[in-house]
Design a protein. Structure first.
Length: 127
């Protein structure tokens, strides 16, 4: 059960953020086996005053088209699965929406299964 937060600069195309989200969900489904219908996303567009980033950190040249993606998910995936996820997300955003590879910033936050409640005040994954 990932929850995905996507932050980006406001785009004149009102469908842009949602299309980014669809590509990220598809990449998670393909690369790390996220089940069908397990799609929870928060899409936030920012103006230039509320979207701050270093344009050259680690020698990567970023632009105002930066997409910051934070995925909170259950712990336990291998480093290889994570690398495949990063690559799949970046390449699909590049191919489908012309987002430069340098402008895809991804952070994974891994949590234990008992740290979720999907509703009804119940920890559905707790043993």
């Amino acid at each position: 059960m990932p929850i995905v937060r996507i932050d980006l600069r406001k785009n004149p195309d009102v469908t842009y953020a949602k299309r980014v989200g669809v590509l990220i969900y598809n990449a998670m489904h393909t690369a790390i086996g996220v089940p069908e219908h397990d799609n929870f996303q928060i899409l936030t567009e920012h103006d230039e005053h509320h979207f701050i980033y270093d344009p050259e950190y680690l020698g990567i040249q970023r632009s105002d088209n930066l997409v910051i993606i934070q995925i909170t998910l259950n712990e336990g995936r291998s480093t290889e699965q994570k690398k495949l996820l990063y690559k799949t997300i970046a390449e699909s955003l590049n191919r489908e929406l012309a987002v430069r590879l340098e402008d895809v910033f991804i952070s994974l936050v891994e949590v234990k299964k008992e740290n979720w409640s999907f509703g009804n005040g119940i920890a559905q994954y707790a043993s």
